[in-house]
Design a protein around this ligand. Structure first.
Ligand code: LMR
Length: 394
């Protein structure tokens, strides 16, 4: 049967990771995959996570299964972290998942189970794996305009016009904060307007929250998600611990389903558990356990928040530096949006040829749509990037 298999499309982010690894040039700069790196180019284990790991190593007395929905303690602390006090807990169902991607996948499957004809609306552009998984699952999708590459800002009028075309029951996938790949985010009044359109048109909400704490802070980054969950009849939230706890390879995430109708909670919870069982059975426990230990221990939590703030402020500093360097080199505000964007990414608005030239002539790796990972830079490489960008501009 293997001879019947056909070549699958390459994931452009994963392909870029490989190209970077294969490049022997010592001066190469990796601005590709969305993984945090410190000034030394290292993805560190956070102090609080390391301590939690030591504690857990001493305390853990069994490797037996936990529960199909994951450890209840993890689900509780994560629901608190994401939703605060925005919604009553009897309206919330949740399951632990292997990373944020696992949660995205389960959310799409739940949508398809509930309504095989549902259409999911995704931003243009969005994280390429959203598109890939939707295609793979055979779920109908539409795009809404999101980004104005001239100004580097959200194309809000285009977004509203396109969402106006959605039909009742369609699901709108929104990035809770730190939009991937653009870095451009809705303002609070704009979120209010989008929520109003969704209420009026009877649209469902799905939020991908992969970067809470990387934009404007833990609570600010969750504001929009909380507002949506409190305002709309039903909201699905796929949240990741990969980035804000730096536990990428542990595969730790959660899918949260909020319904204003609390009578639907038991059915939703049962369906989420069923989906876990079908796809991978029990979700991974180790990363979830570390997150729970950190969030439940005052000292560890304080230290985690402090380190996350260092990470966030470091990226903001690099953004300002890069915007300033480009301002100096181009003598224009063309790249001023870099300082306005939030999160790990900014889309620079370069052509594919320019991106390729940066790779071939300067050993600078970014995704072909000109998305850069700000955390791949340090104060020494920012001027190198700025000069190289100017070099490839027309
Ligand atoms: C990214 O967008 O680079 C990250 O979310 C990592 C990934 O899995 O693609």
């Amino acid at each position: 049967m293997f001879e019947k298999l056909t070549e699958q499309p390459k994931d452009k982010i994963l392909a870029l990771m490989q190209m970077y690894r294969d490049d022997p040039r010592p001066t190469k700069i990796d601005l590709g995959v969305g993984v945090y790196k410190n000034a030394d180019g290292v993805t560190p284990i956070m102090r609080s996570v390391k301590t939690a790991e030591q504690k857990w190593w001493q305390k853990e007395d069994s490797k037996s299964y936990v529960a199909i929905a994951g450890d209840a303690g993890f689900n509780d602390v994560m629901v608190d972290l994401v939703l605060g006090d925005a919604v009553p807990r009897d309206s919330v169902a949740s399951v632990a998942t292997p990373g944020g991607t696992g949660a995205v996948r389960q959310a799409f499957e739940l949508i398809r189970m509930a309504d095989p004809k549902a259409t999911v609306w995704i931003s243009d552009p969005t994280w390429p794996n959203h598109v890939s998984i939707l295609k793979y699952l055979g779920i109908s999708m539409q795009t809404y305009r999101y980004f104005d590459s001239e100004s580097g800002a959200v194309n809000f009028e285009g977004m509203k016009e396109d969402l106006d075309e959605a039909s009742p029951g369609d699901v709108i996938l929104l990035h809770g904060c730190c939009h991937n790949p653009t870095g451009a985010n809705l303002t609070q009044p704009q979120w209010n307007e989008i929520i109003r359109i969704m209420q009026e048109k009877g649209l469902g909400a799905m939020i991908d929250l992969a970067y809470q704490g990387f934009g404007d802070g833990l609570d600010d980054d969750a504001l929009a998600t909380r507002l949506v969950a409190a305002s709309l009849p039903e909201t699905l939230i796929a949240a990741s611990c990969s980035k804000n706890f730096g536990i990428y390879r542990e595969r730790t995430g959660i899918l949260i389903a909020v319904s204003q109708d609390a009578s639907l909670r038991a059915m939703t919870q049962g369906t989420l558990g069923f989906l876990n069982r079908q796809n991978y059975s029990f979700p991974p426990d180790h990363g979830a356990r570390l997150v729970t230990l950190v969030l439940k221990d005052d000292a560890l939590r304080t230290d985690w928040q402090a380190e996350l703030e260092e990470v966030r402020n470091g990226m903001l500093g690099l953004r300002s530096q890069l915007a300033a360097e480009l301002q100096r080199y181009t003598n224009s505000d063309r790249f001023g949006f870099i300082a306005e964007h939030r999160g790990m990414f900014s889309r620079l608005g370069l052509t594919q040829e320019q991106v390729e030239k940066l790779r071939s002539d300067h050993a600078i790796y970014m995704v072909s749509d000109s998305r850069i990972n700000i955390a791949g830079l340090n104060t020494d490489t920012v001027p190198i990037l700025a000069k190289s960008i100017v070099d490839v501009l027309d």
